[in-house]
Design a protein around this ligand. Structure first.
Ligand SMILES: *[C@@H]1O[C@H](CO)[C@@H](O)[C@H](O)[C@H]1NC(C)=O
Ligand SMILES: *[C@@H]1O[C@H](CO)[C@@H](O)[C@H](O)[C@H]1NC(C)=O
Ligand SMILES: *[C@@H]1O[C@H](CO)[C@@H](O)[C@H](O)[C@H]1NC(C)=O
Ligand SMILES: *[C@@H]1O[C@H](CO)[C@@H](O)[C@H](O)[C@H]1NC(C)=O
Ligand SMILES: *[C@@H]1O[C@H](CO)[C@@H](O)[C@H](O)[C@H]1NC(C)=O
Ligand SMILES: *[C@@H]1O[C@H](CO)[C@@H](O)[C@H](O)[C@H]1NC(C)=O
Ligand SMILES: *[C@@H]1O[C@H](CO)[C@@H](O)[C@H](O)[C@H]1NC(C)=O
Ligand SMILES: *[C@@H]1O[C@H](CO)[C@@H](O)[C@H](O)[C@H]1NC(C)=O
Ligand SMILES: *[C@@H]1O[C@H](CO)[C@@H](O)[C@H](O)[C@H]1NC(C)=O
Ligand SMILES: *[C@@H]1O[C@H](CO)[C@@H](O)[C@H](O)[C@H]1NC(C)=O
Length: 497
């Protein structure tokens, strides 16, 4: 899903490298992508009843790739999104462009200027995203290139109406395609899957398995990479553990999972000296590169806030606490079933304009909510998405510039082993309660021995002390949080097969 604050979208400064390469011999496709970041230090204010003016630094980021479409080719930058499954680009002539928003920054596609564009006869496109944006148009095909990689024949939508300034390259499961589970499929009563980007690569023979590895890289780095059909063993430490996707929409008639939801077995805080379990309640969690921040059920956020000595500020709409010092080694441990991914607290910390005051950038979700583990979490993980087997393999990300160690995925993910808690998946919503122990498996999975991906402490090194992943204001963050699920459910509730 795409959940980026509007401010992020308009403030992001683009700086695209396109360095893709195909090595047919090894059968994988590496796509480096660029982190669009706002380096200008923009700040946006929010008044709190005339008392004080708090300002949140806005330094949003999102991950993108650059595509060349048509004849002659037109260059466009699109968001890379594991939370959706279609590629679409904004069209020239989109009425939202101009006064409402600047569409030139990321490019628009003018199909009338391409001699090779072919429209699909009756394949309408409509998508609504978590950040409130929408796009509608129709599918077609054209010459399509990602650097050296020829993607001609891949279906993509051209959106003649959208209030998003950039298109999206959705690389999720085909069941999430708009033609299958989207509004258009429902309205037209014509539901089908087509070969989206990952399937297209497999079908074309470029890769052997519909699987890819996502490495967002260190916060301070300007690019990460996605490796289709392979794993780069140099990009993670400890073991690569496999967990199954959970099917949250079975009751709506979906036989298989449609999204990258996994079971979060609990959350804790880890320092050199102490491990503290906050909760061992199972929560379904979406691994979503298209979302910048991280969202957890409100009770889980309250437990996290309490352990950080953060107090809720009505004025700000966030939990507020004294900014951690730059050498603070506290990390949040996410348990995925007998192994952890650790993320430094700084990744979930936003600085305010008031000296020394920070807010917690983990957004509470009310009700029976799925957690969304966005970029602020995903940066810390190496994630292998296995679309063929409905599994994900995770390990603690390893940053640095070591030599690549790439191994192609034939049918199963090489060197990955099932997590100790593989069989112990989420089954129904329960309110998140404190207690339990995620730092030993003795209490939970009798069969298993505890293994963290790395017994060494998490690599914080010289990460910036504060991660200013900020929403433009508390208000917009709140409105953004209700929407992802809404949009998602809207799409998914109606179909039953
Ligand atoms: C568009 O048409 C082509 C050719 O008929 C077909 O292969 C493809 O699946 C269609 N795409 C969509 C999204 O319907
Ligand atoms: C985009 O349009 C939708 C539908 O009209 C609206 O709900 C949403 O607020 C708009 N979002 C932005 C960022 O303009
Ligand atoms: C977008 O395309 C649809 C279908 O072709 C059409 O009905 C609609 O009027 C177009 N919108 C704009 C703004 O051109
Ligand atoms: C905290 O838990 C990790 C395993 O997740 C373990 O390696 C480490 O030794 C524990 N630290 C303390 C102080 O118990
Ligand atoms: C690190 O920061 C957290 C959050 O502010 C705080 O609770 C904790 O005490 C700090 N740890 C140290 C060692 O300063
Ligand atoms: C917790 O917060 C309170 C109020 O902000 C403060 O007085 C206290 O020193 C904090 N405690 C710790 C351990 O940081
Ligand atoms: C949450 O889910 C539980 C179990 O399915 C259900 O009993 C409860 O009513 C739900 N709560 C809300 C707020 O939807
Ligand atoms: C999970 O269940 C399967 C079949 O019931 C069993 O073979 C496997 O050993 C179990 N895996 C773990 C990690 O417990
Ligand atoms: C533990 O192992 C037994 C049999 O060896 C199996 O029946 C059970 O499902 C396993 N439990 C878990 C949590 O994997
Ligand atoms: C835990 O890690 C050790 C050492 O890396 C390994 O030998 C063992 O098989 C692992 N256990 C599980 C359950 O993954």
């Amino acid at each position: 899903m795409k959940v980026i604050s509007a401010a992020a979208v308009s403030l992001a400064v683009l700086n695209t490298l396109a360095l893709g390469s195909i090595l047919p011999r090894e059968k994988y496709v590496k796509i480096p992508f660029v982190k669009n970041q706002d380096g200008a230090g923009n700040v946006l204010g929010k008044r709190s009843n005339g008392h004080e003016k708090f300002v949140l630094a806005n330094e949003q980021s999102f991950y993108s790739v650059e595509l060349a479409i048509g004849t002659p080719s037109q260059s466009l930058t699109v968001l890379l999104d594991t939370g959706s499954a279609d590629l679409w680009v904004p069209s020239k002539g989109n009425p939202y462009c101009g006064s409402v928003m600047d569409c030139d920054q990321y490019g628009v596609f003018d199909k009338t200027k391409s001699s090779t564009f072919k429209a699909n006869k009756s394949s309408p496109f409509y998508a609504a995203y978590g950040d409130g944006t929408f796009a509608q148009g129709a599918f077609g095909q054209d010459r399509l290139k990602y650097n050296g990689l020829d993607l001609s024949g891949l279906s993509f939508a051209v959106a003649n109406e959208s209030n998003s300034t950039f298109g999206v390259l959705g690389i999720g499961l085909p069941a999430l395609e708009v033609t299958y589970s989207g509004k258009v499929a429902v309205v037209d009563k014509k539901s089908y899957e087509y070969d989206n980007f990952p399937l297209f690569l497999k079908r074309s023979g470029a890769i052997d398995a519909t699987a890819y590895s996502l490495f967002l890289n260190d916060e301070s780095q300007s690019s990460g990479s996605i490796l289709f059909g392979a794993v780069d063993h140099s990009k993670y430490e400890g073991r690569l553990y496999t967990v199954p996707l959970v099917n949250l929409y079975r009751s709506q008639g979906y036989q298989h999972p449609v999204a990258f939801d996994v079971t979060l077995h609990g959350i804790g805080l880890q320092t050199d000296r102490h491990n503290t379990t906050l909760t061992a309640t199972k929560i379904p969690a979406l691994l979503d590169s298209g979302t910048t921040l991280t969202y957890l059920p409100s009770q889980a956020v309250a437990l996290l806030a309490k352990s950080l000595n953060a107090t809720y500020s009505k004025a700000l709409g966030y939990y507020e606490y004294a900014c951690p010092s730059s050498d603070n080694d506290t990390s949040v441990a996410f348990d995925f079933g007998g192994f952890h991914i650790n993320a430094p607290v700084s990744d979930f910390t936003m600085q305010t304009s008031v000296g020394g005051t920070c807010v917690l950038a983990v957004i509470p979700q009310a009700g029976n909510a799925t957690a969304i583990l966005g970029d602020s979490f995903l940066r810390n993980a190496y994630v292998v998405y296995d679309l063929d087997n409905y599994e994900v393999s995770l390990a603690q990300a390893k940053y640095g510039t070591g030599a690549e160690d790439i191994e192609a995925i034939k049918s199963t993910v090489p060197s990955a082993t099932r997590a100790p808690g593989y069989n112990s998946t989420w089954s129904n919503y329960a309110s998140v309660t404190s207690g339990g122990n995620i730092f030993t498996t003795a209490s939970k999975n009798k069969n298993t021995t505890m293994n963290t991906t790395s017994s060494a402490k998490p690599t914080h090194r010289n990460k910036r002390a504060l991660q200013d992943v900020a929403a433009n204001s508390a208000t917009s963050a709140r409105s953004a949080l209700a929407l992802p699920l809404l949009a998602f459910l809207l799409i998914l509730t109606v179909i039953s097969s």
